[in-house]
Design a binder for this molecule. Structure first.
Ligand code: DQA
Length: 147
């Protein structure tokens, strides 16, 4: 099946951005590992990063047309602000898992609320780059293998 990984604003800076919080791994490293993990399980993975809310929304809409089966979403700060991204995910009705590198609940109070969590299949946060691996494992569990 087709799996989409969506990365929101500032995640292009991973590796150099606040490494004490987000680690030293780059986004390219993470994406590469996820692609290998998906391939080993017989699935196709597409990764998309944007700093622009409307681009992320457009990619979610496209996911319905390209028959994406499931989405992993790290919306970055848009997690805490974007009703529009929430509405896009609800509109396409594709099951998604919310992902964060950091444990948002151990951080500033403004990161404790998410506009996505209550419509997500589940949420994984606090394991650094490993959060994505765990989320992908959970997503794959729920997918039929491609013929
Ligand atoms: C983040 C947490 C958000 O609060 C923050 O705005 C990010 C990254 C994470 O992966 O830990 O940009 O989503």
């Amino acid at each position: 099946a087709k799996i989409l990984v969506l990365h929101g604003p500032n995640l292009n800076l991973l590796g150099s951005r606040e490494p004490d919080i987000y680690g030293h791994e780059s986004l390219a490293d993470i994406n590469q590992r996820l692609a290998a993990q998906a391939q080993a399980a017989g699935h196709a993975l597409d990764c998309y990063q944007s700093n622009a809310e409307h681009e992320l929304i457009g990619r979610v809409h496209q996911a319905r047309d390209d028959r994406t089966a499931t989405i992993l979403v790290n919306a970055g700060a848009l997690t805490h602000t974007s009703i529009a991204l929430r509405d896009a995910l609800a509109a396409v009705a594709i099951p998604f898992i919310e992902v964060h590198l950091s444990n948002v609940f151990a951080r500033e109070p403004f990161r404790h609320h998410s506009y996505l969590s209550d419509i997500a299949v589940g949420v994984i946060c606090g394991f650094g780059g490993d959060s994505y691996r765990l989320a992908l494992e959970a997503a794959i569990q729920r997918l039929p293998a491609d013929p």
